[in-house]
Ligand binder design. Structure first.
Ligand code: NAP
Length: 172
């Protein structure tokens, strides 16, 4: 990874076919995944779409929460509200812990920010859920290099998953 002043990182849990959500909620709730999400993002700004913000019970503590919406009247407790991705990035750069800025979803915001992401923290759940309506963009080996892959873990109810880190290939 090039020594960037502000690294922009997408963090996501995906299924075998890049599935990420269903009816406004997460597909899986894996304790170790949530723990890893917390550890990685703590102290850094997190950028999310309005729908993802509304899927959370409250703003994520210990992190500047930046919410993107087109609604000029929108407000959410303990969150900064912006109206474009560019504005969100500028606000994140001025926030505490801005050496790493996390894009935490959902589908629309991953899609729009994908071209500017420097790195990815992916929890790959070895599952092809039937009930899904939201996806992460395809991660192609032409553009991304795998820098870390954990062992494969298993939840108590038999769901397999691993953690994978990617860095964008530049100067191709
Ligand atoms: N698996 C994972 O790791 C993960 C992580 C996060 C979320 N998710 C899932 O993803 C789903 C939510 O994703 P989603 O795609 O439906 O919604 P989203 O990306 O969270 O939010 C979409 C909203 O963001 C605002 N927005 C999007 N683009 C904008 C732009 N260019 N300018 C201004 N505002 C913009 C709009 O808000 P307004 O309508 O208010 O204008 C839009 O309705 C849920 O199922 C959630 O559980 C999964």
């Amino acid at each position: 990874m090039k020594n960037l002043k502000h690294q922009i990182c997408g963090i996501v849990a995906i299924g075998d076919n890049f599935e990420i959500g269903y009816k406004g909620d997460l597909i899986w709730h894996i304790k170790e995944d949530l723990k890893r999400f917390k550890n990685l993002t703590m102290g850094h700004p997190v950028i999310m779409g309005r729908k993802t913000r509304e899927s959370l019970p409250k703003a994520l503590p210990g992190r500047t929460n930046i919410v993107i919406t087109r609604n000029r009247d929108y407000s959410a407790p303990d969150s900064l509200i912006v109206h474009t991705l560019t504005e969100a990035i500028e606000m994140a750069k001025a926030s505490e812990g801005s050496d790493k800025i996390f894009i935490i979803g959902g589908g629309q915001i991953y899609e729009e920010s994908f071209p500017i992401l420097d790195s990815l923290e992916i929890t790959h759940v070895y599952d092809t859920p039937k009930e899904t309506d939201t996806y992460f963009p395809k991660v192609s080996g032409d553009d991304w290099s795998l820098t870390y892959k954990s062992e494969i873990f298993e939840t108590p109810d038999g769901l397999k998953y691993d953690f994978e880190s990617f860095s964008r290939i530049r100067n191709k």
